[in-house]
Design a protein around this ligand. Sequence first.
Ligand SMILES: Nc1ncnc2c1ncn2[C@@H]1O[C@H](COP(=O)(O)OP(=O)(O)OP(=O)(O)O)[C@@H](O)[C@H]1O
Ligand SMILES: [Mg+2]
Length: 468
Amino acid sequence: MAEPSKHLLLVEDEAPLREAVAEQLADRGFSVQQADSGEAAVARLAEFAFDIIVTDLRLPGIDGSDVVEAAVGRYPDIIAIVVTGYGTVKDAVEAIKRGASDFVNKPFQIDELLHALESAIEQRRLKSENAYLRAQLEDRYRFEGVVGKGRAMSRVFQLLETVAPTNSTILITGETGTGKEVVARAIHHNSPRRMNRFVALNCAAIPETLLEAELFGHVRGAFTGAVGNRQGRLEQAHKGTLLLDEVGNMSVALQTKLLRVLQEREFERIGDSHTTKVDVRIIAATNSDLARLVADGQFREDLFYRLNVIPVELPPLRERKEDIPLLVQHFLDKLRVEGIGAGQARVPLTVAQDAMRRLMAYAWPGNVRQLENAVERAVAISAGRPQLDVADLPIEIQQAQEPVLPSTVALPDEGLDLPSFIAHLERELIQRSLERTGGNKGQAAKLLCLKRTTLVEKLKRIEKQPLI
Ligand SMILES: Nc1ncnc2c1ncn2[C@@H]1O[C@H](COP(=O)(O)OP(=O)(O)OP(=O)(O)O)[C@@H](O)[C@H]1O
Ligand SMILES: [Mg+2]
């Protein structure tokens, strides 16, 4: 398909030259309009959104630089080319500072002008393509604050992208510290409800007797101490999102009431004879195995199914170690921003490779929260050094070891073929490092203390090798 013609405004006070250039540009497919002064050009710009402006620099009245500034001010994406009659680079530089893309010296061959135009158009195209890609990238990572790019988290992001904009109930499961709350917040912020409140209720942190009042609110005199009317979290979350955290800790009696909310979106404040209707999206989170609680009769099966409409499972950190470097960087950045605000000492910019290896070797029973704490502590200990070292890490992490291969290898009676044994070991370790990094060769190479190019070479060789 032919490109739509570009609208070009040509500004030149010498009529014969202007008309000659206009004609040649029109021959090359530009849709050309002419202006014989800076004032006329500014007036035309006000009437029409040109793609390109070509202007003489020296004009009676408003000069070419002013015209460029007016054009760019009005249309930031316009391509402006200036024509300078005096060969003074200084004027052209001034015009470029004010937004021109390029300049040509007078007298010029039409090809010179065309060349300048073509390269400016190409640059503009690349720039907008880049902006498009960046927007796409941002879109891909719009679950702001939730870091992760390995296979495990990418799958979670994909699911979140699909379900966040809906009203579906979501059940987030995962060990402690895997990010259930951050994910719940991210879902809310990526839903049409984002303008309204995100309310969290931790069912494990509130004594059973108070939990019901906390959830549903109460009217005055409903129970001893209920001095006034009080909104519950459900009402607070009206038109927004309610996170029921540690939902597995809810008593069976309360579970029954919650079930009604999920089915009817209505409830009564404690002591109230009126029914209150709410429009709330519910996200539940738990680190216990609800299915097992159901089997044990501690959790209502029907409630489980109502909550588990869309299950989101957050894998433990030890199963997504490839995200550790990214998370560490994220926490360092976070501390830097907070530290700058508080006028505190420098936060290290990087982590020594050896320290990173230990961080990746550790099993992280407390998951991302534990990692965040470890980074915070290490930063405090690093005392303003630009790099975090092994010694800055908590002792149990310093001691973390890659699950090592057997330290002794038995030599069979019949002996072995050493070269092929070593090749086998190498292949094994390379495969494991690739598995661990979700196929990222750069990171896999780092794990093995190899250059990326070396790893790639080895991989090529391995592919050719027969399987032992
Ligand atoms: N993917 C992630 N990206 C960035 N920060 C994260 C991520 N996951 C967790 N965190 C951080 O780790 C900490 C713990 O996360 P969060 O409170 O969401 O965990 P949780 O699963 O709700 O834990 P618990 O079960 O103990 O309540 C928070 O400070 C959170 O910001
Ligand atoms: Mg939590």
